[in-house]
Design a protein around this ligand. Structure first.
Ligand code: ATP
Length: 236
């Protein structure tokens, strides 16, 4: 497998007014990898994703996508370059059908029925509900639809923000299995999660964010075994 770097973050700082939410973050995502970013409430996980996708402007540092500097690009330009994000809270279009939600995800490209078929193969439950309004789906199914919609444009990188948030334990398990399948399908993923145990269990590599800084990083299995991670994030 190629180990080319698809996303490289160097010395990234970002914040809100006087609040410095990110204080010099370095992070790397390689081809074919699933990288987990874990951390407590308020550590800056969502701010990092928003800065990567361009919803917040970085104060300093750089973000490179496939070797190109995208730090100052508009959010929609980043999407066109292949950076797709699934926001916290599953932003599906409730009144629209499942299949129309997927069609909208391909908006930057030509209509692509083959891709819709691929999404139905990846998320078989969505095929059985394709004509139902998105609001009628369960939380886990809406999460899958949100991921499917983001994947419609064949992104180079997928950013996932807290996909397990607010889901019942059984659905959490299902969503993490789906994320693992997505990774196996080849799309590099940066997964932001408070559920450190589940995220590190499927990730190749992990980062621990504490008050805007990377406190620890390493192979996910090593992080999951690290005493500091176990006591602070795994409740062991
Ligand atoms: P959570 O899991 O609760 O979403 P998080 O790790 O994603 O936490 P962030 O939401 O990125 O953390 O927040 C990082 C810091 O920035 C916190 O101190 C938070 O209070 C602050 N913050 C987040 N959003 C805003 C905002 N819109 N305005 C001002 N401060 C904010």
């Amino acid at each position: 497998m190629s180990s080319a770097t698809v996303l490289k973050v160097t010395g990234l700082t970002s914040g809100y007014g006087r609040i410095e939410a990110l204080r010099g973050v370095d992070l790397e995502l390689k081809a074919g990898q699933l990288v987990a970013l874990v951390g407590a409430n308020g550590a800056g996980k969502t701010t990092l994703l928003r800065t990567l996708s361009g919803l917040i402007t970085a104060r300093s540092g750089t973000v490179e996508l496939l070797g190109q500097d995208i730090t100052r690009l508009a959010a929609e330009t980043r999407v066109r370059r292949g950076l797709a994000q699934v926001l916290e809270g599953r932003q599906v279009f409730g009144p629209l059908s499942v299949i129309d939600n997927l069609r909208l995800g391909g908006y930057t490209h030509k209509p692509d029925p083959d891709r819709i078929e691929e999404m139905f193969n990846l998320f078989p439950i969505l095929r059985t509900k394709k004509d139902q309004a998105a609001w009628q789906l369960s939380g886990g199914q809406q999460q899958m639809l949100a991921m499917g919609r983001a994947l419609m444009s064949r992104p180079k990188v997928l950013l996932l923000d807290e996909p397990s948030m607010g889901l019942a334990p059984l659905l959490v398990k299902e969503v993490f299995e789906v994320i693992k399948r997505l990774k196996d399908s080849g799309v590099p993923i940066l997964l932001v999660e408070q559920n450190a145990r589940a995220a590190l269990a499927i990730a190749d590599h992990g980062y621990v964010l504490e008050t805007g800084r990377i406190a620890l990083s390493g192979p996910a299995s090593e992080l999951a075994a690290d005493e500091r991670v176990r006591s602070a994030y795994l409740g062991i």
